[in-house]
Design a protein around this ligand. Structure first.
Ligand code: ADP
Ligand code: 5GP
Length: 209
């Protein structure tokens, strides 16, 4: 069985990552979305274990000490981390595992898994980003300002990602993400095992002649 690939998806807060991921999971069954642990409070409508595992700093720091995260980072005053067990198990099952994490996390994951695929999601314009952040209605003005200023910093790192996807029409963007993943799975660098095997088979075949 083919092993799945590791995909990191980042994007400005309010770009639509959560919405895109829900739609992608609903449409295709080859993906597994990693659920992160965070110390931030749940937003209205968020459920523990679905969007995040919501935990206090003490529990989070214990998990750090146990080497329970693939990576973790601080973002706007809270911890966010990717639990190790789920990701490793799903990759083994052949799923394409998506980590919806920010840029510091992407850099740490890339250092460990250089063959990961990285995507950056953005809305069509900065004005649209602001509109979506406010329209979501889940954050205070202060938090919105913090996140917009963080977006300005994050924009400097966009070139560190392999692909940029523009979330204008939701369904079109989901198709685009799926198309990029499908193509990435056929890249030679992610098929070294198969390439080695066919070379060996050819050698055996030509020796037999
Ligand atoms: P993120 O997870 O990146 O912070 P969300 O998925 O919470 O962003 O989306 C932010 C807001 O933008 C939400 O209110 C969501 O409904 C809206 N949204 C997401 N995608 C689109 C889109 N393609 N067009 C218009 N609004 C969108
Ligand atoms: P939010 O509070 O809007 O859900 O997430 C804030 C930021 O943290 C987003 O950029 C999101 O991608 C990122 N994030 C979520 N989970 C993780 C994680 O496990 N690790 C890292 N490094 N970032 C994360």
């Amino acid at each position: 069985m083919e092993k799945g690939i590791l995909i990191v998806l980042s994007g400005f807060s309010g770009a639509g990552k959560g919405t895109l991921m829900k739609e992608l999971m609903k449409t295709y069954d080859n993906y597994a979305l990693s659920v992160s642990m965070t110390t931030r409070s749940p937003r209205e409508g968020e459920e523990d274990g679905r969007e995040y595992f919501f935990r206090d700093r003490k529990v989070f720091e214990e998990k750090i000490a146990q080497n329970g995260f693939i990576e973790y980072a601080e973002y706007c005053g809270n911890y966010y981390g990717t639990p190790r067990d789920y990701v490793e198990a799903k990759l083994e099952e052949g799923k394409d595992v998506i980590l919806e994490i920010e840029i510091q996390g992407m850099r740490k994951v890339k250092a460990m898994f250089p063959k990961m695929l990285s995507l950056f999601v953005t809305p069509p314009s900065a004005r649209e980003l602001e509109k979506r952040l406010r329209g979501r209605g889940t954050e205070t003005e202060e938090v919105i300002k913090k996140r917009l200023s963080r977006a300005t910093e994050e924009a400097e790192g966009v070139e560190d990602y392999e692909y940029i996807v523009i979330n204008d029409d939701l369904k079109t963007c989901v198709e685009e993400i799926h198309g990029i993943v499908k193509a990435a799975k056929r890249a030679t660098l992610r098929n070294e095992g198969f390439i080695k095997q066919i070379k060996e088979e050819l050698n055996v075949l030509s020796e037999g002649e």
